[in-house]
Design a protein around this ligand. Structure first.
Ligand code: GSH
Length: 213
């Protein structure tokens, strides 16, 4: 029996969860080795998490790690074979990494995490400064879904995994839950992802149907 994939990073982390979901999709066993980004044990050269050990390799940068897992262990099932659809899926992964994660994480998700789990006062200024941009971005995603199905036109792909995981953190905050609920198509797509076996198996400990207020 092969060794479980070892994922070095926090137990609650967007990018750790993306690796966990793809391991589930590929039928690979996986363990999180709790490692904060700022720990001396963290071996990422740019101080990020996760770092991953699998197949005798040390890997980092989530998109490249999950592409490897899917290609080597899942027949590439999460990467569309049609070149145009592959490009669409890659575009949405790029959007999730470059624009959505920084906007959501710094503007909404981290203030709630620091408030709820580190006992800091809720940074309402940072949240209120970020909300217009977040609302505009949620509307953009929703309109794209209504227009041509956006990333969902590829069938279930890696894009769904990145986008769902990034958006799930938002949905677990009160402002984010309210914002997503106002959208036309996003809530249904979120629900479909939420009930997928790989997503359900990797739910964060605080996911009990409530928001992170
Ligand atoms: N480009 C990295 C980004 C990973 C990332 O931003 N991880 C977050 C946690 S989900 C992190 O390391 N945050 C800590 C920090 O930026 O100091 C990847 O794709 O793996």
């Amino acid at each position: 029996m092969t060794k479980p994939v070892q994922i070095f990073g926090p137990v609650v982390s967007t990018y750790v969860r993306i690796i966990q979901i793809v391991c589930e999709e590929a039928g690979l066993r996986h363990d999180v080795v709790p490692t904060p980004a700022n720990s001396p044990d963290n071996r990422h050269p740019f101080g990020k998490v996760p770092v991953v050990h699998l197949d005798g390799q040390e890997m980092y940068e989530t998109a490249s790690v999950v592409n490897y897992i899917d290609s080597a262990h899942n027949d590439g099932a999460l990467q569309p074979s049609d070149p145009l659809m592959r490009s669409v899926s890659e575009r949405w992964i790029g959007i999730a990494n470059s624009y959505l994660f920084p906007l959501f994480e710094h503007g909404l998700v981290m203030p709630y995490i620091m408030h709820r789990y580190a006992g800091e006062p809720l940074d309402t200024k940072r949240i209120s400064d970020s909300l217009p941009g977040i609302a505009k971005t949620l509307s953009f995603l929703d309109l794209e879904l209504q227009r041509d199905g956006a990333w969902t036109s590829c069938g279930f792909s890696m894009a769904d995994i990145f986008l769902y995981t990034v958006l799930r953190g938002v949905q677990l905050t009160p402002h984010g839950a309210a914002g997503i609920a106002q959208m036309e198509r996003l809530p249904q797509w979120m629900e479909e992802c939420h009930t997928r076996a790989s997503m359900a198996a990797t739910a964060w400990p605080m996911e009990s149907g409530s928001t992170a207020s």
